[in-house]
Design a binder for this molecule. Structure first.
Ligand SMILES: *Cc1c(COP(=O)(O)O)cnc(C)c1O
Length: 399
C-alpha cells in the first residue's frame, strides 16, 4: 500500500488500462473443442453462444461474427444501407462503426455528443431530421447533399447506453432503421432493460479490451427473424445450396469459430461478475476523484445502469495544473497506462470530409478525456496507486 504517496512507495508493477480476465471454464470448453475436432465455424458452442447472448440481452436472435466491425458492416447491409446513402452516427466513438458505413460506399453524418453522458445527442438528430431534410415519395433526403438518409447508428460510448427512447421515436417517425452499436455496453441496462435488446439490430464486439472477450469476435442481435436470417446468410457466403455450391449473391466469410465461441460461452457465464467488478471500481473512483481539483468523472444517467467499461475522467488544465496529455505522460512514468478519449470522427483523416452536426462537445471531450485503469481484475491496491498518482500530478509532483 502507499504510505504517503511518494514515488518510492509506488508499485513497481505496470498497471494496464484494461486487460481480459480469463478465470472461468474457458480451458475446459476449448479443450472439448480440440478433443472432439469441432474447431471450425460450425459447432455446438457457436449455437450455444448465440442463444445465450440473445437470452442475456433480451433479443430473440443472435448471429455470431468474426469481430464487431463485421457485425456492423453486416447489420448496415441488413438495414438496407446502400452506396451514396447517409447514416447518422456518433461523432465521438471508436472508428469502427463509421468505417462500416464507408465500406458500403455510404456517407457518415456525424452527430455530436451531449455534454452530460457523452452519448449521441438525440436533440441534434431531431433538429436535423425535422429542419434539414425533405421527404418525398417516402424518401428522406438531406437538403444539403440531396442524398437519401437511410439509418441511425448510435454508439453506446464507454459502457453507458445512449438515450434510446427519443432515438427510437425518431426512427419510427422518419421510418429509419436503427442499428445500435452496443459493443461497449454489453451488460448495461437502459430504463431497466438490457442494452441491445431494444434496437431493430444491435452489434457487439468480443475484442480483447471489451467487457467479455473471445480474443476477437462479434455478434448481431435482432428481434426480427428475417433480419437474423439475412445476417446469417450474408456472414456465411450467401450460401443457398451447401452441396452444389450455389451462392445467391456476394456474401462474406464473417463467421466465428467454435473454439472462440467456446471461450465466449465461458466468458458470458462471468459477465455479471465482471460488470459488478467494473461498477465497484467506478464507485471507488467516483468517490475519490471529485476531491481532486480539475478532475470530473464520467457519470451515470438516472435512467441507466452503466457497466463503466472504460473509466474516463476529464482534466481541466487550469484547475488541475497540467493538461490531459501531460497527465498521460506523468502516469506513464509511474507505469500506469492511460489513454486519451478517441479523436472525434470529424477530425479523423479518414472521415473529416463528412458532414458534422455540432462537434464542439466531442472536441472538448477528446481534448480533456483520459481513460484510466479499470480492468475487471484491478486490485484495490493498484487502484489506490492510480488515485494517489492523480493527486500527486495535481499537486505538481514529480513523476
Ligand atoms: C471495439 C469496438 C468496435 C469494433 O469491434 P472489433 O471487434 O474490434 O471489430 C466497434 N464499435 C465500438 C464502439 C467499439 O468500441
Amino acid at each position: 500500500m502507499l504510505i504517503d504517496g511518494s514515488p518510492k512507495h509506488a508499485s513497481t508493477d505496470f498497471i494496464p488500462l484494461s486487460v481480459p480476465s480469463i478465470s472461468g471454464h474457458e480451458w475446459t470448453y476449448v479443450k472439448e473443442c480440440l478433443d472432439t475436432g469441432w474447431v471450425s465455424s460450425v459447432g455446438s458452442y457457436v449455437d450455444r453462444f448465440e442463444q445465450e447472448t440473445a437470452a442475456r440481452t433480451g433479443s430473440a436472435f443472435a448471429v455470431a461474427t468474426v469481430n464487431g466491425t463485421s457485425a456492423l458492416h453486416t447489420a448496415l447491409m441488413v438495414a438496407g444501407v446502400e452506396a451514396e446513402d447517409e447514416v447518422l452516427v456518433s461523432d465521438l466513438t471508436f472508428i469502427a462503426p463509421v468505417n462500416a458505413i464507408r465500406y458500403l460506399g455510404a456517407h457518415p453524418l456525424l452527430v455530436d455528443a451531449e455534454p452530460t453522458y457523452w452519448q449521441m445527442d438525440p436533440e441534434r438528430v431531431k433538429t436535423f431530421l425535422e429542419q434539414d431534410c425533405t421527404a418525398s415519395n417516402g424518401v428522406l433526403r438531406n437538403r444539403k447533399t440531396g442524398r437519401r438518409v437511410r439509418a441511425l447508428l448510435p454508439v453506446d460510448v464507454l459502457g453507458h447506453p445512449v438515450d434510446m427512447d427519443p432515438l427510437q421515436e425518431l426512427a419510427r417517425r422518419f421510418e429509419l432503421p436503427l442499428v445500435e452499436d452496443a459493443t461497449e455496453s454489453l451488460g448495461a441496462l437502459y430504463k431497466g432493460r438490457p442494452v441491445g435488446g431494444d434496437a431493430e439490430l444491435a452489434c457487439i464486439s468480443f475484442n480483447g479490451n471489451k467487457v467479455i472477450t473471445t480474443g476477437g469476435g462479434g455478434m448481431i442481435l435482432s428481434h426480427c427473424e428475417a433480419s437474423a436470417r439475412r445476417s446469417k446468410y450474408l456472414t456465411t457466403q450467401a450460401k443457398d445450396d451447401p452441396i452444389e455450391f450455389v451462392h445467391g449473391e456476394v456474401g462474406f466469410n464473417y463467421r466465428m469459430s467454435n473454439v472462440l465461441a467456446a471461450i465466449g460461452c465461458a466468458q458470458l457465464e462471468q459477465l455479471d461478475t465482471f460488470v459488478e467488478a467494473k461498477r465497484r471500481i467506478a464507485a471507488h473512483y467516483l468517490q475519490a476523484l471529485p476531491g481532486i481539483p480539475g478532475i470530473t468523472c464520467n457519470q451515470e444517467a438516472p435512467w441507466a445502469r452503466s457497466i463503466f467499461w472504460m473509466f474516463t475522467i476529464l482534466v481541466d488544465e487550469a484547475a488541475f495544473g497540467m493538461d490531459s496529455r501531460a497527465l498521460i505522460r506523468f502516469l506513464d512514468q509511474r507505469k500506469i497506462q492511460a489513454r486519451p478519449l478517441w479523436q472525434p470522427m470529424h477530425q479523423s483523416p479518414a472521415h473529416c470530409a463528412s458532414q458534422i452536426l455540432g462537434g464542439d462537445i466531442s472536441t472538448r471531450l477528446n481534448r480533456r478525456g483520459v481513460s484510466i485503469p479499470c480492468s475487471v481484475g484491478l486490485s484495490a491496491e493498484h487502484q489506490a496507486i492510480v488515485i494517489e498518482a492523480l493527486r500527486d500530478a495535481q499537486r505538481g509532483g514529480k513523476a
